[in-house]
Design a binder for this molecule. Structure first.
Ligand code: PLP
Length: 379
C-alpha cells in the first residue's frame, strides 16, 4: 500500500482538474493575445479562469494575475511592491518562519541595497504577534509579509490582526497563502490583505501554475517585462491549460473546504494521538489549536529524520523531514529553530501532511509501522 503524506510538498492532481485542462493542449491551443478565433477561444478560457479564481478569493477579476507558481508570485509581489514604493522608503518586515521563497528574496534585496529587512521572531508555537508587527513599523516601512499558515509546522498566523495593524499604519500587507488555500477560508474582501500568493499544485492542481492577488489601486512593478499580458503586470504567453487547471482546482477546493477540513482534522487528530500514545517521547511541533487541518509535525529525540524517512519509504510511506526544499541537506529546519527547538530536536522532526484524498487506511498504516521504525532507530 502506498501512503502519501507529503501533501505540503505537492498534491496529487484530481482527475476532474486534468479533464478540465485537456482541451487546452491540442484543441484550444491558441495564444490568448491573437486576433483570430483560435485565439479568442483561449482568451475566453483565460477570462473564465480569472473570474472563477477571483470569485473563490472574494476578489475582482482585475485583481488576479496568473504566475508560474508560488515562488514566482512571492518574488514578484515583494520585489514589485518594494520598487513601486521606493519614494516612501525601503523597510520591509517579515517573520523568521516564512518560506524560503520569501526569505531568500528579501535577503537578496537587502544584499543589493534595495531593502532593509526586519525579521520578526515567533513564539514557541510559531505564531507571529500583531503587536510586535505594530512596534516594528517605522515611517519608512513599506511592506509587511507574513504567511497565512506555515508549511512545516502548520501554524495558522493571525493575519486578520496583522493586516489590520498594517492598514492602520498605511503599510502594504502581503501574505503567502500557499498552504492555507483549501484548508482555511481566505476571503480578501473580509481580510485586510493587499497582496496574496497561491500556487495550484498545493491544492490538487497542476505544477507551474499560480496566481497572485493585487488589491485594486496597489502598484506592483512587473518582474517580467516584454509583453502586454496580465494587464502588463506579468509578460509572457499565458499557461492556458495550467491556468484552467488552477481555476478548476481552486473551485473544487473552495466548494469542498468545510467538509474536507473537518475530515482532515479528524484524521490529523487521530494520527497525533496515535503517535503520542505509541511513542511517549514524541514532541508535537507547532500549535495544538491554531494548526492547519492537514499538518502533523513531530520530533522523536534521538532519531535522525533521514533514517526514519528511509525506513518509512521502505514501508511505502511518503513523508518529509522539514520542508521539501531543505530535505536532502543536513541543515536543521529554520522554522523549527525559530520555534526555539534545539538543532537536535529540529533534526529529528517528521512532517506528515494530509490532503482531502487521505484515507483512514493510510493513517492506520502509518500508525502500524511508525512506532517500530522509531524504536529501531532510537539510540
Ligand atoms: C510550496 C510553497 C511555495 C512555493 O510554491 P511553488 O509553486 O512550488 O513555487 C511558497 N510558499 C509556501 C508556503 C509553500 O508551501
Amino acid at each position: 500500500m502506498q501512503v502519501y503524506l507529503d501533501n505540503a510538498a505537492t498534491t496529487r492532481m484530481l482527475p476532474a482538474v486534468r479533464d478540465a485542462m485537456l482541451p487546452y493542449f491540442c484543441e484550444t491551443y491558441g495564444n490568448p493575445s491573437g486576433f483570430h478565433s483560435v485565439s479568442r477561444e483561449a482568451h475566453r478560457a483565460l477570462d473564465e479562469a480569472r473570474r472563477t479564481t477571483a470569485k473563490c478569493l472574494g476578489a475582482e477579476p482585475g485583481e488576479i494575475v496568473f504566475t508560474g507558481g508560488g515562488s514566482e508570485g512571492d518574488a514578484m509581489l515583494l520585489r514589485g511592491a518594494a520598487r513601486a514604493c521606493r519614494a516612501k522608503g525601503s523597510h520591509i518586515v517579515t517573520s523568521a518562519i516564512e518560506h524560503h521563497a520569501v526569505l531568500r528574496t528579501l535577503e537578496a534585496m537587502q544584499a543589493a541595497g534595495e531593502a532593509t529587512v526586519t525579521v520578526l521572531p515567533t513564539d514557541a508555537e510559531g505564531r507571529v504577534s500583531a503587536e510586535q508587527v505594530r512596534a516594528t513599523i517605522r515611517p519608512d516601512t513599506v511592506l509587511v509579509s507574513v504567511m497565512a499558515a506555515n508549511n512545516e509546522v502548520g501554524t495558522i498566523e493571525p493575519i486578520a490582526a496583522i493586516g489590520a495593524v498594517c492598514r492602520e499604519a498605511g503599510v502594504l500587507f502581503h501574505t503567502d497563502a500557499v498552504q492555507a488555500i483549501g484548508q482555511i477560508p481566505i476571503n480578501v474582501k473580509e481580510l485586510p490583505i493587499d497582496l496574496l500568493t497561491l500556487t495550484a499544485h498545493k491544492f490538487h492542481g497542476p505544477k507551474g501554475a499560480g496566481a497572485v492577488y493585487i488589491r485594486k489601486g496597489v502598484r506592483v512593478e512587473p518582474l517580467i517585462a516584454g509583453g502586454e499580458q496580465e494587464s502588463r503586470r506579468r509578460a509572457g504567453t499565458e499557461n492556458v491549460p495550467g491556468i484552467v487547471g488552477l481555476a478548476a482546482a481552486l473551485r473544487i477546493a473552495t466548494d469542498g473546504l468545510a467538509e474536507n477540513a473537518a475530515r482532515m482534522t479528524r484524521l490529523r487528530d487521530r494520527l497525533i494521538s496515535g503517535i503520542e500514545a505509541a511513542i511517549p517521547t514524541a514532541i508535537l511541533n507547532g500549535s495544538r489549536t491554531d494548526r492547519l487541518p492537514n499538518n502533523v509535525n513531530v520530533s522523536f529525540p534521538g532519531v535522525r529524520s533521514e533514517g526514519l524517512l528511509m525506513r518509512l519509504d521502505l514501508c511505502g510511506v511518503a513523508a518529509s523531514a522539514g520542508s521539501a526544499c531543505t530535505a536532502g541537506s543536513l541543515e536543521p529546519s529554520h522554522v523549527l529553530l525559530a520555534l526555539g527547538a534545539s538543532p537536535e530536536r529540529a533534526q529529528s522532526a517528521l512532517r506528515l501532511t494530509l490532503s482531502s484524498l487521505t484515507t483512514d487506511e493510510e493513517i492506520d498504516c502509518v500508525l502500524s509501522v511508525l512506532p517500530e521504525a522509531v524504536r529501531l532507530l532510537s539510540v
